[in-house]
Design a protein around this ligand. Structure first.
Ligand SMILES: Cc1cc2nc3c(=O)[nH]c(=O)nc-3n(C[C@H](O)[C@H](O)[C@H](O)COP(=O)(O)OP(=O)(O)OC[C@H]3O[C@@H](n4cnc5c(N)ncnc54)[C@H](O)[C@@H]3O)c2cc1C
Length: 402
């Protein structure tokens, strides 16, 4: 850990939780984003997959950070939650489109990495890590959103494999993805216990879908399955145990949604500090008003608390904490960081007055962008339910060991 350099006035120092190497990594990623990714993102079609951004992130080694290799060069099956969070926070503070493109490669491909056969891993992970194949995670259906275990996309037995029938909705990167992790029902009326995860190529016969336009540009749509053949070798994990594959991915990913939110919140806070310290009013600057400084203080404090919750959850994951603790911490990190980012960005707009609402302004963009984080990968209410449930279970466990 480096020594305290508090007299430089540089904030936040991040001395509490990140190593010097990790801090350097953040600066490197931000520089790549500023110089190489922003121009490519701006040249892309809003709301659609930007393959140039992905390929550049592949060439510059950012995507590799999501899929680390062992020292012998062999693909590791273990994802690094802290690296994922660092990448997401750093990119989000500069360019949300690139951030989202990177994140979705992990979301779509981690079930393959962690639960796929060696053949499926060898076929898809190198291409996803190079940014030449686009990945997607297809869980949600019209009738199964927050209640994901109610999903009904049908996997009908067909010889040694299955045929998929049905539709997924709100799937990021659909319908443009090259590889989908699809959660389908293999046993009717069995809830979470009758779901199987499959790796399904987007080019396979019978796969279709349509783009959906959201308030913030996001590559998202439906994906349809019209008798799509899937093989036994394309099962991720075990038959009827696919829901665990989904939850394992979400436990890993939720802190990183928090990191995305922290990155956006930091960009909004930086803008508000800059604006209020240069905006002349009442014979001085806005920053002379104590109410303004106090607003910034609240924003900064809650943002830092979010960041620490995110790092704590990521550290728990990487250090092999129990799945109980990981789930609990992941839910807290996502809940607090996304709710805070919404508050910080809204406050930053308030402090900017009308300027923050002009179309194309950074804050107007962030205001639209941050909204979905409180809904996807489990809405805030679902995170509270998870946290509440683990509190009661922990209390029960304490009593029974007395
Ligand atoms: C930008 C974006 C990207 C997405 N990407 C993906 C993706 O890549 N893959 C994928 O599978 N899905 C994706 N989703 C879907 C997302 O996961 C769902 O929208 C989410 O799970 C909520 O489901 P729903 O929209 O059907 O809301 P519903 O389930 O209808 O819930 C509506 C609201 O009701 C409240 N609520 C629900 N349940 C409870 C409860 N138990 N207690 C209290 N309140 C409750 C919450 O406020 C919730 O927002 C994405 C969504 C968005 C917006």
């Amino acid at each position: 850990m480096t020594s305290n350099s508090g007299d430089t006035g540089s904030l936040p120092s991040r001395l509490f939780s990140l190593t010097e190497r990790q801090q350097q990594r953040i600066e490197e990623v931000r520089e790549i984003a500023r110089t190489e990714l922003v121009p490519l993102a701006e040249a892309g079609e809003p709301g659609h997959v930007n393959r140039q951004v992905l390929e550049t992130m592949g060439k510059r080694g950012l995507l590799e950070g999501l899929f680390p290799k062992s020292s012998s060069g062999k693909q590791s099956r273990q994802a690094q939650a802290m690296e994922l969070c660092i990448l997401r926070e750093a990119l989000a503070s500069v360019n949300t489109e690139s951030e989202t493109a990177l994140a979705l490669q992990g979301l779509g491909a981690y079930p393959i990495l962690q639960s796929g056969s060696q053949e499926i891993v060898d076929e898809w992970i190198p291409k996803v890590a190079a940014g030449t194949a686009v990945a997607a995670f297809a869980l949600t259906e019209t009738g199964a959103g927050s209640d994901a275990a109610a999903l009904e996309l049908k996997a009908e037995p067909d010889g040694d494999g299955w045929r998929l029938f049905g539709e997924k909705i709100w799937i990021s990167n659909a319908p443009e993805a090259d590889i989908y992790t699809v959660f389908a029902r293999t046993t009717p009326d069995a809830g979470a216990r009758g779901v199987t995860a499959f790796a399904v190529p987007g080019a396979r016969e019978g796969v279709g879908g349509e783009h959906i336009d959201l308030v913030a540009p996001h590559p998202i749509g439906t994906v349809t399955f019209d008798g799509v053949r899937v093989e036994r070798g394309e099962v991720l994990g075990e038959v009827d145990r696919g829901f665990r594959v989904a939850m394992k991915t979400l436990d890993l990913f939720r802190p990183s949604v928090g990191a995305f939110a922290v990155g956006m919140g930091q960009a909004a806070l930086d803008a508000a500090v800059e604006y209020t310290s240069t905006r002349e009013a009442f014979g001085g600057y806005l920053s002379d008003q104590q109410a303004v400084a106090h607003a910034l203080a609240n924003m900064a404090t809650q943002l830092e608390a979010s960041r620490l919750l995110v790092y704590a959850a990521a550290s728990a994951y990487d250090s092999g904490a129990s799945s109980f603790e990981i789930t609990h911490r992941s839910a807290m990190a996502k809940l607090y960081a996304t709710e805070t980012a919404q508050f910080v960005i809204d406050s930053a707009i308030q402090l900017h007055g009308a300027r923050g609402l002009v179309r194309g302004h950074l804050l107007e963009h962030l205001y639209r962008e941050v909204r979905a984080t409180r809904i996807y990968e489990g809405a805030s209410e679902i995170q509270r339910t998870i946290i509440g449930r683990s509190l009661y279970r922990s209390n029960q466990d304490k009593k029974s060991t007395k």
